[in-house]
Design a protein around this ligand. Structure first.
Ligand code: PMV
Length: 327
């Protein structure tokens, strides 16, 4: 018997970075999912294979053996999956060996929440296979713990969106609030292919805030107004306003130094090709951008972003969080 579960990736629609300073952000689950297939083994090994990363190896009695890929990197990627499975196994007396196969349609390391989606899907599939009852809140908590291994002190956005799906308003002091939005939000995602580190980008903003506190404060305040106005635009199904707000948000992010040349190329190519608005998404300094696009402009925007050097794909908002696919 094997069980397959999946969980969605995310994009930050508005408010990244400012959210670290207590301002609100809007996050969407997108229809790109990570899949985990889990089955039992005869022995006690935990065997993990990632089709996308071309990595495979197993954990046995506390040590890790590599079968495919570079050992240190594979261990780093697989540790959150191992942690998640151990967390679930703790709820059972018996020790069991498992095969975990990860397959993802989410670009890895690009700020789209692929690691949280993989962990949430693994947790759901493992629990179903071993008949351990987990609520969505349990999966969220387990995914948060695993994300701590990857990111140190993550805000919890990625685990929340990959578990619950939909559209979330997030703020540090109040947490997550689902935004019941019926608006279709067709986005072209452009991956610059430029590697970046969220931690370094967050530190960069911190030093700017320390150096020019009053200027930074005004930018953050503008960021908050952008998000508050966007909540109205979502209620009113007003994509034009949403696009304009995305452009303003991008300018504010540029102001705090987290855009780069690759992101500027892709956002301006998207706008020129007819997007209603375009901005970087996530930490910036490379990674991904998003362009809000009416149906008839999707193809030209996608092609323009590709011509400007990005790997582009269409993403739509999804309400479906983590779910069992089969088993
Ligand atoms: O890691 P990413 O690209 O999803 O970006 C994280 C968003 C930040 O606001 C920059 C940091 C955070 O912890 O919220």
């Amino acid at each position: 018997m094997e069980v397959v579960a999946s969980a969605p990736a995310k994009v930050i629609l508005l408010g990244e970075h400012f959210v670290v300073y207590g301002e609100p952000a809007i996050v969407l689950a997108i229809d790109k999912r990570a899949y985990a297939k889990v089955s039992r083994r005869e022995d006690k090994k935990l065997h993990i294979r990632s089709a996308n990363l071309n990595m495979a190896g197993y954990f046995e009695d506390g040590s890790f053996k590599i079968e495919q890929g570079e050992a240190k990197e594979a261990r780093m990627k697989f540790d959150p999956v191992k942690n998640t499975i151990e967390n679930i196994l703790q709820k059972r007396e018996e020790r069991v060996g498992l095969n975990v196969e990860i397959n993802s349609t989410v670009p890895v390391g690009a700020g789209l929440g692929s690691s949280a989606a993989v962990v949430a899907a693994t947790a759901a599939a493992t629990a179903e296979l071993l008949e351990v009852k987990l609520t969505k809140e349990d999966i969220f908590r387990i995914t948060c713990e695993a994300e701590k291994i990857v990111h140190g002190t993550p805000s919890g956005i990625d685990p929340a969106i990959s578990t619950f799906g939909g559209t979330l308003l997030f703020q540090m002091d109040t947490g997550f609030k689902p935004l019941d939005s019926k608006t279709q939000i067709p986005l072209v995602v452009g991956d610059t292919g430029v590697e970046r580190s969220t931690r370094i980008q967050v530190e960069k903003v911190r030093s700017l805030v320390d150096k020019y506190p009053r200027v930074a404060e005004s930018i953050m305040k503008a960021g908050r107004e952008v998000v508050l106005r966007a909540i109205e635009a979502l209620k009113e199904n007003d994509l034009e306003t949403l696009g304009a707000l995305m452009n303003i948000n991008h300018a504010l992010l540029y102001g705090i130094g987290v855009s780069d040349e690759s992101l500027e190329w892709l956002t301006s190519a998207g706008r020129k090709a007819g997007a209603l608005g375009a901005k970087l998404t996530g930490a910036g300094g490379g990674g991904c951008m998003i362009a809000l696009t009416r149906e008839e402009k999707i193809q030209p925007v996608l092609e323009a972003i590709q011509r400007a050097g990005g790997r582009a794909f269409l993403a739509r908002k999804t309400d479906e969080g983590v779910r069992i696919e089969s088993g």
